[in-house]
Design a protein around this ligand. Structure first.
Ligand code: RIB
Ligand code: CA
Length: 307
């Protein structure tokens, strides 16, 4: 049985990734820690609580974390996921109570209690994780493997031409976490673009699975149709679910070990993933960057999670 902690800025694609983990028979989700990103913290917490409830997993503790990035002001992606982050389709994403304990404290306590036994999957800005590393540097060595949805991989940005949202929202936090000396796998937005785009026909087939999970998973992507027009994609994409699929079964991905950094500040380089693909920097690789996930392998993982 694998143990995971999931850090998320819960919106429509995070929700599908949470369903995949919460419903996986061989995975125990120890805790869900929430960070502001796609939407404000309170809404992200409610969205995570809703998904846990939908999956019949109300016993999984959901903890509220950082309300804003380390330095930058919070800039959400409500234009992409809707005001409630879940497609504004009227889901009951309100009125639930998170568990006691701040997410940063829970990250520290959970991993230090079982060093080397638990994996961390991050689906949003890395503010909570960076704060935890600052509070308890020994946490870095306690994480068995960190799977990060973030960065552009070998592709381009989605919030600026060069930067991906999770790294861009809190570039200082991303720089701290990517620099941390722990085993890490980074699944960038390029993988979402190449392996997870759902046009209307594929979306209908997914929804036709007929479970509440499949119906919500597709319906809450509603606002993304407009975003797809902006990005030129043939439909909605699922970056967090493909990162979760890799975390659940790393064998579905091909990648390379390279040195990765994240550029900080508030200029055009904000949140840019700097990747030493040709190993010319003299810096040892610090991350496994995924270069390919066959769509059919992702679809297999998704169908298991939603059936
Ligand atoms: O760039 C994609 C990432 O930003 C995903 O995690 C999505 O949920 C948003 O947080
Ligand atoms: Ca996310």
């Amino acid at each position: 049985m694998r143990s995971l902690v999931i850090d998320t800025d819960t919106a429509s694609d995070d929700a599908v990734a949470l369903m995949m983990a919460l419903r996986h028979p061989d995975v125990r989700v120890e805790a869900i820690t929430v960070v502001a990103g796609n939407v404000g913290l309170d809404q992200a917490v409610q969205n995570a609580l809703y998904v846990a409830d939908l999956c019949g997993r109300r016993e999984i503790p959901v903890h509220a974390g950082a309300t804003r990035p380390l330095l930058a002001d919070l800039l959400t992606s409500r234009g992409v996921h809707g005001r409630d982050g879940m497609g504004d389709i009227g889901l009951p994403v309100r009125g639930r109570s998170p568990a006691d304990g701040h997410a940063v404290d829970v990250l520290i306590d959970t991993f230090l209690a079982r060093p080397g036994e638990i994996d961390l999957v991050t689906l949003g800005p890395l503010t909570n994780v960076a704060l935890a590393f600052s509070r308890a540097p020994e946490l870095v060595a306690a994480i068995r493997h960190c799977y990060i949805m973030g960065g552009t991989g070998a592709g381009h940005g989605n919030v600026t031409p060069l930067a991906e949202f999770n790294f861009w929202v809190d570039p200082e936090a991303a720089a701290i976490v990517v620099r941390a000396d722990m085993p890490k796998t980074i699944i960038g937005w390029d993988i979402a673009v190449t392996s997870t785009v759902f046009g209307p026909e594929d979306a209908a087939r997914l929804r036709a699975i007929g479970t509440p999970y499949a119906e919500v998973a597709v319906d809450c992507q509603a606002v993304l149709d407009g975003y797809a027009v902006d990005t030129g994609l043939a439909g909605f994409d699922l970056p967090d679910p493909v990162a979760m699929a890799v975390a659940l079964d790393p064998s579905i991905a091909e990648g390379v070990d390279v040195h990765v950094g994240v550029l900080t500040g508030d200029g055009p380089a904000r949140g840019v993933q700097s990747t030493d693909w040709r190993h010319t920097s003299g810096q040892a690789p610090n991350a496994h960057v995924v270069r390919q996930v066959p769509r059919e392998r992702f679809m297999d993982a998704l169908l298991i999670g939603l059936s």
